[in-house]
Structure formats: C-alpha cells, structure tokens
Design a protein around this ligand. Structure first.
Ligand code: FAD
Length: 394
C-alpha cells in the first residue's frame, strides 16, 4: 500500500479490501505502462489516447469480481473504492478521470435514478459494461450556474413523441457518446425533464469547443437540437423537477472532491520527481528549506483532503448523500487544488510551464475542476443557505 499510495500518510487505504487494492494496482500498471508515455502529447493534441475506453471497459470499473469480494449481496462498488479510483485516475490525469466521471457518474446516474425499472433494465447494464457510452447534457450557452432557474431548451409533446429544440454547452464526452441524456423544459408545464437522444439522430448537431487551456483531453461539446424527436418511452420517467436533477448532481459532486484530491497528489508526485532531479547552487533543490516548506504544504493539503474524502465516502456508504457535505468537499478541495498546483508549478521553475514535466498539465486542469459541478461561489451559496436558512439564489 505504501508503494501504491505513498501520499496516504493516514493509512486510509487500509480500509480497502484486498480485491480493491489489486484492482487499483492493475489500474496503476495500465496507466504507467501504456498511457504514461503518451499522456502529455494527448493533452497537447487534445485527443483521447487510443484504446482508453476499451481498456477501462475491460478492467471492469463496475463489474470486476475483485471489487465485490467480501461484499456479498452488494450491487455497487464501495464508496471508499470510488474515492480511491478517482484519486488514482486523477493523480495520473484529470481529463481521463473526468471522461470516466461524466459517463459513470452524471450520465450513468441520470439513467439509474431517472429511469423507470424497465428503462434501468434496458440501459444500465450496457452502460455499466461500457457497451454503451453516455454523458450529461444540462448546461446551456446562456445558463451555467443558473441552469435550475432558466433552462432554455424546450420539449413539446406531440402524441407519443417529444420535439426538442435548443442548445447545450460544455458537454463532456458528447461526441463519443451513444446516448445523450438531454435536460429540457416541458413547454406545457415548464418543469424540467430528461430525454435520451441517440448519436447521429436527425436534428442533432455536435461541435467541439476548441482551444481550451484545461482538460484538453476531454472533448467538450456544443450541442444544437433542432426539432429532435424522442419517443415518450425514451423520456427518463423519474426526472420531473429540478430536485430530481439535483439528486443526480449531488450524487456525483463528491466525486469532484475525490478527483481534486487525486490531482493534488499528481501535482505532488510530479514536483517530488523534479526536486530530486534539478540541481541549483550545487545541490538538488530538495535540500532547500523554502522548497521543503512548500512540499510540506502540498502534502498537508493532500492529507486533509484525503481525510475529508474518506469521511464523505463513509457517509455515502451508509446512504447519506448529504448536499452540504458534498458542497463543502467540492468547494474546499478545488480551492486547495488550485493552491497546491501553484506551489508545485513554482517549484518547477521555468520547466513548470512546459507540458513535458507533468506539473503544467495539473496546473491548467485545476482551473476546470474549480469551475465545474458548481463553481466555488455556487457551492458556497449552497452551504450558506443551509447555515442561515436564507437562499441567496432567490
Ligand atoms: P457562470 O454561471 O456564467 O458563472 C460565471 C461566474 O459568476 C462564476 O464565477 C460564478 O461563480 C459566478 N456566479 C454566478 N452566479 C452567481 C451568484 N448567484 N452569486 C455569486 N457568483 C455567481 N455541464 C454539463 O451539463 N455537462 C458537462 O459534461 C459539463 N462539463 C464541463 C466541463 C468543463 C471543462 C467545464 C469548464 C464545464 C463543464 N460543464 C458541464 C459546465 C459547468 O457545470 C459550468 O461551467 C458551471 O456550472 C458554471 O457555469 P458557467 O461556466 O456558465 O459560468
């Protein structure tokens, strides 16, 4: 375990089962042997490395028997494992974890929580095995933080069909998804609903947002919907209010806290490598006290973030998906991530802005983590609302 998670000085990983540890060991081996040599160039080229989805599918993130050893009767992987999976993936690369996250988190849970029993049976096993890929299409060009307040995409019912019109922005993985859960406002009732739009459907147009400075490996898309027809049978039956959408959002927001923690550890890993290779004034820069203070702060940030995440995971394992706790986790870990990557980037000097040294990738990617799944301010307002009983959103 020390070799697999050297930054885990609280020994939180001791709570993982042997099967989970073995799975994570295999994951690290795959990432280090196959993807380490290509990840920086993939980031520069803004391309998903070849074979990535297939490899993750084969590893069986949801289905590998290793993850169910000692969990008889449990249908889901443990939350502590979910934390360590996101941690391990993000420690390697935040884009790759985000790509898995939009499929396995927001996308998957739209079906799992939003689908009728028949819809769950029809789609969830294929999504779990990665036979079908999905994403999550909520944000719009004119509505980001206030998407609950103003969803412009509309759905008009005509008999057994719905006609969708509107646009979405920032949708991660939409261009590689088979099924796109599109959130739209019912023209008649004004209530939000969710519709399964299929890749290649008439009236669906997808273009990739170019020139991003963060998460370059993730293809984020603009989606245009012009009279797209969806059957009532492909409307996710249990999503009928923003509260229902919030359930999906809050189920995965903690995942961003997990991811931010892994990204801090990735920045630390890259920085530790650099300080033992770079000499100034005749010595490795790791010798200098001012450098060590920053390394210590980076480690302290990782440690406190890991402690917070493990407690969130424990609560979730007991079925408590607490809205305030997840907002606290997302808000503070994303903030600490920004601080941590900046310290690492500084320690790496000029080379810290060159992608080849890894730290630049974490430095840039932190900016996206800071913004998505609720910006710092929006999460603060969720927490503030709970603390004061006053909603700043009204
Ligand atoms: P805005 O909402 O325009 O906010 C701009 C600024 O105003 C922010 O600092 C914000 O905090 C502040 N602000 C807004 N309202 C208030 C207020 N009331 N009080 C104080 N400050 C306020 N969405 C999806 O649906 N699916 C995806 O897969 C997806 N992936 C994403 C991937 C990336 C890389 C990024 C960057 C975004 C992604 N998003 C996705 C969208 C993301 O959730 C939004 O970017 C986010 O909600 C913020 O919206 P916005 O960018 O429109 O910013």
């Amino acid at each position: 375990l020390k070799q697999l998670f050297p930054e885990d000085i609280l020994n939180i990983s001791e709570g993982l089962t042997d099967g989970e540890v073995e799975f994570l060991r295999q994951l690290v081996e795959l990432l280090e042997t196959k993807y380490r040599p290509v990840v920086n160039q993939a980031w520069v080229d803004a391309e998903v490395p070849k074979g990535f989805f297939e490899d993750i599918g084969k590893l069986g993130y949801y289905t590998n028997p290793l993850l169910f050893e000692g969990r008889e009767g449990k249908k889901q992987t443990s939350q502590l494992f979910q934390f360590f999976f996101a941690f391990t993936m993000s420690r390697f690369d935040v884009s790759l974890n985000t790509l898995i996250g939009v499929h396995s988190g927001l996308g998957f849970n739209s079906f799992l929580f939003g689908g009728s029993p028949e819809q769950v049976q029809k789609y969830v096993p294929k999504l779990a095995s990665h036979e079908l890929r999905t994403c999550f299409a909520l944000t719009e060009p004119d509505h980001g933080s206030d998407v609950a307040w103003g969803l412009d995409t509309t759905a008009r019912r005509e008999g057994d069909k719905w006609i969708l019109n509107g646009a979405k922005r920032w949708i991660g993985g939409a261009s590689v998804a088979d099924l796109i859960p599109v959130y739209a406002r019912d023209e008649e009732t004004n209530k939000p609903k969710c519709f399964i739009v299929k890749a290649g459907q008439e009236g669906l147009d997808i273009d990739i947002i170019e020139n991003k400075i963060a998460l370059r490996i993730v293809p984020n898309a603009n989606i245009h919907l012009k009279d797209v027809v969806v059957d009532e049978s492909d409307r996710l039956q249990n999503i009928n209010s923003f509260k229902d959408i919030a359930k999906v959002l809050y189920s995965t927001r903690a995942g961003v806290a997990f991811m931010a923690t892994g990204a801090m550890a990735g920045a630390l890993q890259a920085t530790l490598k650099y300080v033992t290779e770079r000499k100034q004034f005749g010595k490795d820069i790791s010798n200098y006290q001012l450098v060590q203070e920053k390394l210590a702060m980076m480690q302290a940030n990782v440690t406190s973030a890991m402690a917070l995440c493990s407690q969130i995971a424990r609560q979730q394992e007991n079925g408590d998906y607490n809205e305030i706790v997840t907002s606290v986790g997302k808000m503070i870990n994303a903030l600490r991530l920004r601080e941590t990557v900046a310290m690492g980037r500084g320690i790496c000097g000029g080379n810290g802005i060159v992608v080849d040294y890894d730290i630049a990738r974490f430095f840039s990617d932190a900016e996206a983590v800071y913004t998505y799944e609720g910006t710092h301010e929006i999460n603060a307002l969720v927490i503030g609302r709970a603390m004061t009983g006053q909603s700043a959103f009204n």
